[in-house]
Design a protein around this ligand. Sequence first.
Ligand code: 5GP
Ligand code: ZN
Length: 114
Amino acid sequence: MSDCIFCRIISGEAPGDILYQDEQITAFRDIHPVAPVHVLIVPNRHIASVNDLEAEDELLLGRMFTLARKLAEQEGIRDSGYRLIINTGAHGGQVVYHLHLHLIGGQRMRHPMG
Ligand code: 5GP
Ligand code: ZN
């Protein structure tokens, strides 16, 4: 998916502030952070959204959450708390159609859900 910005960051074709990468997952800082810590955790394989997940992806999703916990510790927001968000589709506010888990923290969240 050479037209996908996240695929290009994962492959190194496009610049990204990468915090973690293995054979399945990459984590990099959001280019427009909404809080002091704003990291995107993405599968290396192009999966457009939650709507495209299959049962075989369950282990991958679990690993994305475990990485979120590790990065929260690394970024010093484990105990203060944080939000994990996956926007899906138009009403969910999804802009980039490569599945990503937002890890957001470092300040108290002001906006309620919805
Ligand atoms: P969504 O609204 O799809 O859940 O979130 C997409 C996120 O990707 C946004 O927070 C946006 O700032 C971020 N983003 C968009 N383009 C880039 C980019 O080229 N590099 C990085 N690091 N983040 C991006
Ligand atoms: Zn992609």
